[in-house]
Design a protein around this ligand. Structure first.
Ligand SMILES: O=C(O)c1cccc(C(=O)CC[C@H]2O[C@@H](n3cnc4c(=O)[nH]cnc43)[C@H](O)[C@@H]2O)c1
Length: 208
């Protein structure tokens, strides 16, 4: 059985590709792990995992990527272990209230990593969104309703697919920016990617 490493973009695993001397490509089979680049967002992620996730082949999915952070006490470039993740927009607006898909009786929007693997990182709750949050009113609404620490565009989709296939899942995110009105000049994508890759290289190296 192997680990499937999953990321949205190749850029987020640039040093990982170099370290393990991986060929270009969105699905790479290495000796001790496979690597899947899904594309950005929950639809691309679900489609890609639908094609490649196979419980007879993988006993662990390691989802890695950068993320936005709601908590200013967490430094840019820090890594967190996401143990719960919520599809933030999946449901219905009911005036000023929000009804989740569970409230509507159509399924689940809240997923967990139940992995026992100790990765030595602080745990955090995340939300998964189609639209990167960028206005005060929307951000305050998300904090009030869901109290998330981080935000990504894929995490809950990976947890969902792993739950469907009964495969253990870890989601490690590196904080590239704070969730605030958009100002990409303040994002520290390079630092976040470097720290994420250092961690992923060590984690996958230790598995061997
Ligand atoms: O501009 C670049 O150099 C660059 C290099 C690598 C990746 C990116 C991305 O923008 C990746 C998109 C990816 O990032 C996640 N993300 C990061 N911050 C947030 C956020 O505040 N809210 C939601 N998602 C965020 C997301 O998972 C995307 O897949 C750029």
């Amino acid at each position: 059985m192997k680990t499937l490493v999953v990321a949205a973009t190749k850029a987020e695993l640039a040093f990982f590709y170099q370290h393990f001397n991986l060929p270009e490509g969105d699905f790479i089979e290495a000796k001790n792990f496979d690597l899947l680049i899904t594309g950005v967002g929950m639809v691309a992620t679900a489609f890609s995992l639908g094609k490649h996730l196979d419980a007879s082949r993988y006993n662990l999915v390691l989802n890695v990527g950068i993320a936005g952070c709601f908590d200013r006490k967490i430094e840019l470039g820090s890594l967190v272990n996401i143990t719960e993740d919520i599809f933030a927009e999946l449901g219905a607006e009911n005036g000023d209230d929000f009804l989740t898909i569970t409230d509507l009786g159509f399924g689940e929007n809240h997923f967990y990593s139940k992995s026992n693997i100790n990765v030595g990182l602080p745990i955090a709750k995340s939300i998964t969104v189609n639209c990167v949050s960028g206005n005060e009113k929307g951000i305050n609404g998300l904090i009030k309703r869901l109290n998330p620490t981080t935000e990504s565009m894929e995490g809950a989709a990976v947890f969902y697919a792993c739950k469907q296939e009964h495969i253990d899942c870890l989601q490690i995110r590196s904080i590239s920016n704070y969730v605030e009105p958009r100002n990409k000049d303040k994002w520290k994508i390079g630092l976040a990617i470097k720290n994420l890759n250092d961690w992923a290289i060590a984690f996958v190296g230790d598995m061997n």
